[in-house]
Write a protein that binds this ligand. Sequence first.
Ligand code: PLP
Length: 410
Amino acid sequence: MSKFAKRMHSMEKSAAVIRNLFGAMNDPEVISFSGGAIAQECLPVEIIHELTQDIMQREGRGVEALSYGPVMGVKDLREVVVSDLVRPKGVKLSVDNAMILSGGLEAMNLMCQVFIDPGDIILVESPTFVHSIEIFDMFQARCIAVETDENGMNMEDLEAKIKKYNPKMMYLIPTFQNPTGITLSLDRRKKAAQLASEYDIVLLEDDPYRDIRYNGVELPPVKAFDTTGHVVMANSFSKIFSPGSRLGYLVANERIINKLADAKSATNSHTSILPQIICAEFFKKGHYQEHHRNLCAVHRIRRDTMLDAIDRYFPEGTRRTQPDGGLFTWAELPKNINTTELLVEATTNPEVKVAYVAGEGFFTEGGGKGRNCMRLSFGAVPPEKIREGMAKLGKLLQTYESRYSFTVSS
Ligand SMILES: Cc1ncc(COP(=O)(O)O)c(C=O)c1O
């Protein structure tokens, strides 16, 4: 029998978590709080229809859209990235520092290609984004979890783990983190950039939720405090434009961006040109501002509905985060509730049919951490469905609790 590469074995566990996540999304009867998608109602279908027609009719642009293109991406879109999305946040780099990706996830792939050899250590938040864990596993990295609290990654623990493990890379999701919705405080952002420089370690800042803010004060990215080029800033168009167009970008200083471009060229030559041109036109024609306002308004209602539903329907003793933006909240349930076990019943019981992501898969340290937690994504579910789904889940949790107590006392 043909033998698979060792990396396929390394990623078995995290790949299974991702498969389950998408599995539940495919059942139309399930109310799914599992995926990290934005509201379908916010996808700018009409505008894209018009823009695409215009692109195809315009001299030269249609041919450009259907031809091979530059490794770093279409110049117009790189200009949009720098002028609209990067420089206003205090990162003073130029178009030469910006590369367009095939989805935000490609940042993790390319960074691993450039920096990670099997066995290298990556320091991550605890919990962290399961899809990134899958990629880090694929490159046979060893993820070490750094303590994380309501202000994000703990910088004392980060420094202690840098000294202990001599990591090759650090990975941070600073704003409205996936899975918790927590935001890294200003002081910690500065400290993270300083530690990356001091210990000469690359820091990957993955920030796809930062522009979906409902309240609170916007904070500069970690990259804005980077004076030595150790921070690579990655982002995605999936949450602010369209996930299906598979567009993302990263911004890095010259030495690193050149290596990332070599890795990109070896991987897929460049990102598809047509979605890049459509996205660039969307911004250049001024559609983003209104779209962005609407995006935040729609998701703010969903966030509020979800938080209210957790408080209303979940058992006493449940703790939850209070995200100021993004698409997720994180619920920590009473200790006796095993969310991995519960998920099977929640998705298959015809009285329930609700999906979430069980907490365990987000913790690289294992040992059952997060077993009583769940990530609840409110982005893709209309408010009335959030209420309905959460009421059903709350009811199931009650019966689960009483069944469990019965087992214990018998
Ligand atoms: C933290 C984080 N990084 C990156 C991504 C990747 O986004 P994309 O869909 O653009 O690949 C996501 C998507 O859910 C995410 O949550």
